[in-house]
Design a protein around this ligand. Structure first.
Ligand code: NAP
Length: 237
């Protein structure tokens, strides 16, 4: 039997990243688990994914990103897939937002996503095939007033996906999954309003996001530069 292909999932200790790792493992991929601070949860996820290898890195640091991919190559072997899931989310009034508030979001959501794509693609080019899936957001498609910094970082992830799909073709596909309301607290009035406006009339599940990621990983290199919103139709309103 052919060896399972390895996919690195960033921010895979818990929540959506954990769900993606579990789904890919169930589908027959060998997963590599990245985490930053959630070591206990990362170990649990790794156990549930067949004693998957663990990699710790603060993705704010490009040096740590480079070191992580060197470690992945050395200890997990050839890299087939990369799921850039790790991100930050804050609410800030744009009129009082500071430079630090802006950098806090962009350093991880956009800059780290780019350098992970770069380092992942350099490894994938060595084998001649690869799949990158960037987790963006409905917030990268629709504007949210108190999340201008987050929305612009995720819109950046969407354009990065399209530009890198051209740059890394034909060997590597680069696609994006844009989740809508998935884990936001249904008690918040803003979230209640979003759910009420969602044609599907409910929040999405982690499994629905993970299935979209799995689609792009399994797809041929003819599917690239695409954004799949998993949002119950909210981006169409
Ligand atoms: N939740 C939703 O409803 C929703 C909606 C739309 C889009 N999304 C997107 O879906 C993805 C997952 O969402 P989520 O809510 O599950 O994410 P999350 O819990 O907010 O964050 C996922 C992981 O990102 C990692 N991370 C944050 N800063 C990091 C840094 N400096 N270095 C390394 N890792 C860092 C954290 O790892 P550690 O815990 O190990 O530190 C964290 O567990 C994100 O890209 C998010 O923007 C989510």
């Amino acid at each position: 039997m052919e060896d399972a292909r390895t996919v690195l999932v960033t921010g895979a200790a818990k929540r959506i990243g954990r769900g993606i790792a579990l789904r890919l493992f169930q589908a027959g991929y060998r997963v590599a688990i990245h985490y930053a601070t959630s070591e206990r949860e990362a170990r649990e996820t790794a156990e549930q994914c067949g004693s998957a290898p663990l990699f710790r890195a603060n993705l704010e640091s490009v040096d740590e990103i480079r070191a992580m991919f060197r470690e992945v190559e050395a200890s997990a072997g050839p890299l087939y897939g990369l799921v850039n899931n790790a991100a930050r989310f804050t609410r800030r009034d744009p009129l009082t937002m500071t430079e630090a508030d802006w950098d806090f979001i962009h350093s991880v959501n956009l800059k780290a996503t780019f350098f992970c794509c770069q380092q992942g693609a350099l490894l994938m080019k060595k084998t001649g095939a690869g799949r990158i899936v960037n987790i963006s957001s409905l917030g990268g498609i629709r504007p949210w007033a108190d999340h201008a910094h987050y929305c612009s970082s995720k819109a950046g992830v969407i354009m990065l996906t399209k530009a890198l799909a051209k740059a890394f073709a034909p060997e590597i596909s680069v696609n994006s999954v844009a989740p809508g309301v998935i884990l936001s607290s249904p008690d918040e009035p803003r979230v209640q309003d979003m759910i009420a406006a969602t044609p599907a009339r409910r929040r999405g599940t982690v499994e629905e996001v993970a299935d979209a990621v799995l689609y792009f990983l399994n797809a041929s290199n003819f599917v690239t530069g695409q954004v799949l919103a998993v949002d119950g139709g909210l981006s169409q309103r």
